[in-house]
Design a protein around this ligand. Structure first.
Ligand SMILES: [Cu+2]
Length: 626
């Protein structure tokens, strides 16, 4: 299972967003930088970010602080530009936003004119898209950069090497480190872009439309969250905890799940996560590595050795702490949190600790503490003043052995009274064939999930495959991509109601039922929401298995209703009803609905070679007119 590698992706992506703001970086040739200048705007921005990080009280303040940095940076850039313009007597060129767009469209129409196969056309389109992106970036950078850099733009390895040697040549000390860091960010960004280009399965036949869809996914798709939307709550040298922004912040269509939050913990090998409690109920899923999770609930400590696929319930208010007991692998734990105080908001409480994480004991006055512990306050001051290394810290082998020694293993857990962890992947899959598998733990079967009414699912779609369009009867799924690349398409009546029907109503037309396709490319670390009732299809890329972990809200008695494939919901409907509905002879309707021989998981678009042989023959026969 490739449920790994949330690591660099997740940790770098937050920084990545920042690094995008940093273009033009002085790591790349920056003509605006004068020799002997004290501090460039970029350095200023970096220092500003660092100081925000140090001063941070909470997510909100951090983002405010960072916004301030960006404003200052922009201000300075403007000054620099003006100064330069004045000095050289040049007009400052303000790029027009729609310029690259025009070029892109021209390029596309050129592709259309060239004769060739679909593949060649797709290739041509990709070149246009690349140019489009480059041009946009060039414009962002204020234009006028050397072409060599752009020439090598699509060879990330080479560019990374060049960038590194530029840093070594031109920078010293801390600045060199920062420069190298930026090379790394840029490299990661490019790799990611390449992944996106290659991923995503077969394309639509209308490239411009596809482009628009991608724009849609960046901006307006209310159900999709790129991995950058996870905010780093804690970051230490040994790992981090990231929390996805509140759902209602993104769209009011997500209000129904606003009291749930998604989080991801990532811990280095041989580390310890300090004991804490949440004002939230939580369900944990281990997405990689080997850990020991302990919690104290109702005055009893329970410790479990956990591995990939283990699901564990931690009741609100339990003291919980973790160990990554592996020597090499990182530990990844996905969390669904349901706050119990304020809807959609939760906090962590650290009792043990010191300065960082700050122990809440320190908040109490000395006299209270002295009385409570019956210990003089100077000793207490020492106790609560030592820990400074943060929430996730290194532990020795002996300590780890001691912490994991007396732990239980996860069980099958089915219908047991036990609240211990169970393994999702050791049970029988709910649906399975050679194109994919789906495992689910439902609150109907697992005591631990009952009161939260949450189900946990794991879906693997083999490369080139797809899951047949389906919908969930009553459960809304919060989905995390834990492996591979791919995409989804979903039909949403709500989006359409806004954009199209609103206009129609104004024009005095009747309002019909209309849907809008919401789609997004998926890669590791991304999250998306599948509301109940919404038909959705998910497609793995050609070169990687798409792996998804989902938390199902209102999980009990949920049904997945498949809309295509042998086992589909229309089999249950009389042919007369179909005849009436489609206004087509029943025989023809049935023939179409029965054509797909697979159920649940199917060969994806453009998978001719990988289809069942009969299928391939059938399509050739179709082609020659049988
Ligand atoms: Cu909708």
């Amino acid at each position: 299972m490739a449920m790994i590698n949330l690591n660099t992706r997740l940790s770098l992506l937050l920084l990545l967003t920042l690094s995008l703001l940093l273009l033009p970086s002085h790591c790349y040739t920056n003509p605006q930088l004068q020799e002997g200048e004290e501090e460039s705007a970029e350095e200023g921005l970096f220092k500003c970010f660092v100081s925000c990080e140090k001063r941070r009280e909470n997510e909100h303040e951090l983002s405010q602080c960072e916004k301030r940095c960006v404003r200052e940076y922009q201000e300075r850039k403007r000054e620099e530009r003006e100064e330069r313009g004045g000095r050289r007597g040049e007009e400052t060129v303000v790029p027009k936003i729609d310029e690259p767009r025009k070029v892109y469209e021209q390029c596309l129409s050129q592709c259309g004119k060239t004769e060739g196969s679909r593949q060649q056309f797709d290739q041509c389109r990709r070149i246009c898209e690349r140019q489009y992106e480059q041009q946009q970036q060039r414009e962002k950078r204020g234009g006028g950069e050397g072409t060599i850099e752009n020439h090598h733009r699509r060879d990330p390895e080479q560019q990374y090497k060049q960038c590194q040697s530029r840093c070594a040549r031109e920078e010293r000390g801390e600045q060199r480190q920062y420069c190298q860091q930026k090379c790394q960010w840029e490299y990661e960004r490019q790799k990611r872009e390449q992944g996106r280009e290659q991923g995503g399965g077969g394309g639509s036949t209308n490239p411009r439309k596809e482009r628009e869809e991608e724009e849609e996914q960046e901006g307006k798709n209310p159900y999709f969250f790129e991995s950058q939307r996870f905010d780093s709550k804690y970051r230490t040298e040994e790992g981090n905890v990231k929390v996805l922004e509140r759902f209602s912040k993104k769209s009011e269509l997500l209000q129904g799940v606003d009291n749930y939050r998604l989080a991801v913990l990532e811990a280095n090998p041989n580390t310890f996560v300090l004991p804490h409690h949440f004002d939230a109920e939580s369900v944990l899923v281990v997405a990689g590595g080997k850990g020991t999770i302990s919690y104290v609930w109702q005055n009893r400590r329970k410790s479990y050795n956990v591995k990939l696929g283990d699901v564990m319930r931690v009741p609100a208010g339990s003291i919980v702490y973790l160990v990554n007991r592996d020597d090499n692998e990182k530990l990844y734990v996905l969390k669904l949190l349901q706050p119990v105080n304020t809807p959609g908001r939760f906090k962590e409480y650290f009792g043990v600790g010191g300065e960082n994480p700050e122990s809440f004991y320190r908040t109490f006055s000395n006299e209270i503490l002295e009385a409570a512990f019956n210990v003089p306050s100077d000793r207490l001051k020492r106790l609560f003043g030592q820990q400074k290394k943060g929430v996730i810290i290194r532990a020795s082998k002996e300590q780890i052995r001691a912490l994991s020694q007396e732990s239980e293993e996860s069980s099958r857990g089915r219908r047991e009274e036990s609240w211990g962890p169970f393994n999702l992947l050791e049970g029988r899959p709910l649906f399975s064939n050679r194109y994919g598998q789906y495992f689910e733990a439902s609150p109907n079967d697992y005591q631990q999930l009952k009161d939260l009414d949450v189900s946990v699912g794991f879906m693997n779609i083999n490369k080139g495959g797809m899951v047949a369009p389906y919908y969930n009867s009553r459960s809304t799924k919060l989905v995390l991509v834990v492996g591979g690349n791919g995409r989804f398409e979903m039909a949403c009546p709500h989006r359409s109601a806004r954009s199209k029907q609103g206009r129609k109503e104004r024009q005095g037309e009747t309002t019909d039922v209309r849907y809008q396709r919401v789609s997004a490319r998926l890669s590791i670390g991304d999250a998306f929401i599948v509301p109940a009732g919404h038909p959705i299809a998910m497609i793995a890329s050609q070169d990687s298995n798409l792996q998804l972990v989902s938390f199902g809200i209102k999980g009990s008695y949920n049904q997945k209703y498949f809309l295509a494939g042998q086992d589909n919901i229309w089999n249950q409907v009389e042919s007369e009803a179909k005849e009436l509905s489609f206004k087509m002879p029943a025989r023809e309707v049935e023939e179409i609905f029965r054509r797909q021989e697979q159920s649940y998981f199917l060969p994806g678009p453009g998978q001719g070679e990988e289809r069942g042989k009969e299928h391939y023959v059938a399509s050739i026969l179709d082609f020659v007119g049988f």
